[in-house]
Write a protein that binds this ligand. Sequence first.
Ligand SMILES: [Zn+2]
Length: 170
Amino acid sequence: MRKIIFLALFGFASVVNAHEQKAHVHGVAELSLAIEDKGGVIAFEAPSESIYGFEHAAKTPAEKKARDQAMDKLKNLGKILAFDATLGCKIQVDKIDAFVTDDDDDHGHSSHGDVHASFKVNCSKPLKNSEVSFSFSNAFSRLNTLKVQIIGDDKQSSVELKKGNGKIKL
Ligand SMILES: [Zn+2]
């Protein structure tokens, strides 16, 4: 467990670092799910535009409310990412963060906002060969594509879910 989670997080961190060098793609979020036996870790990354509608730091009460409501939806990940109910999985927030990076890029932004989140998953039965369902469009209507990477001990796969909805076999 420890090794695969370390690899998943390390891989994610390097993706995040690379990501900050180049423009992110609005409407596209990335999620990785690393599983081993009865547990796993989930890492999620998205432009804040796709999560709560803007990229600058929230200033007005309305903006803060929009941000907080969207972040709450992400915190309650179990409502939009469901493991097989018979596995008795619990999803816990590890870290969740929204931040703005200044960027003198060439595509019309003075800054970019990103949301990063990570979660721990603990189940009472092994996750292998079970199905996980995603219904992200319920929470994040601006999301066009959710790129999902599944990392297991003997396989790795990538799936793109339109509007962040669909099912993936682990
Ligand atoms: Zn942007």
